[in-house]
Design a protein around this ligand. Sequence first.
Ligand code: 13P
Ligand code: SF4
Length: 307
Amino acid sequence: WPLVAREVEAIERLKRERNAVVLGHNYQAPEIFNTVADIVGDSLALAREAVTVDADVIVMAGVHFMAETAKLLNPSKTVLIPDSKAGCSLAESITAEDIRLLRKHYPGVPVVTYVNTSAEVKAESDYCCTSGNAVKVVRHVAKEWGVNRILMLPDEYLARNVQKDVPEIELIAWKGHCEVHERFTPQDIRDLREAHPGVIVLAHPECPPEVVAEADYAGSTAGMADYVRDEKPARVVLITECSMADNVAVDHPDVEFVRPCNLCPHMRRITLPAIRRALETMTTQVEIDPAVAGRARLAVERMLAIR
Ligand code: 13P
Ligand code: SF4
């Protein structure tokens, strides 16, 4: 802890000197989430908050696509990612060229891409969505465009989970998967229920649909945190990245958290020393080709306009 305190103190001083804010995703480790992060949330909240931030510098305590989204929405600000290798298996699963080919194959079919993608992929998309608003976005697009088919990329499981809520729309999926959530199985959930009677199971929609089918609730990282706040289950398990339970547990000492542990190796690259170094050296700055940024921003802004 003295080491943590020293790092936190140094980061707070650098934040003041640089006029910087730290945005922290719900999967960040508690020593970041509960200390230096000024704004925390799911990827939708971080995108929304990025627009309102009044600072010269934004440090993204999250993964690269989240930093890119913050930069798209704040082109004149400096956006830092403390480790440029903090990627995402979903963002890796599809390229801009893949989308161009899909468009040729499905002419006139709108493209909705998950925010867990590169700026180049967003630039080829009509709309973005997050796990927190995916159903709303596809319903909106179907109505606006007068279509009943949408390409929903690249997370196969998110598309299949959303499909259950919009049977009137055909969602065409891709084969991308989150390396953390794809590891959960329906048997894991049955085993957890047997070992922890009465446990309430909350799952992220990046999990396979067979896993979501075994859960009591599925929603974004913020959706799961809100469920615990509102329903106050006596015993709960979050079927998602396991740092999340540590963060939610801080606010709910009366709730028993059962903790299977799947860590996201990309999120874990962000550490207090990495944040301190980013602010000291002002690296790594996120830059996006202006030709790409304009079109990518449009897809994100169209999403944010849907309430
Ligand atoms: P949320 O948008 O639910 O925070 O999810 C982001 C993510 O990367 C989940 O794996
Ligand atoms: Fe990407 Fe999965 Fe990590 Fe989220 S948990 S950042 S979707 S690899």
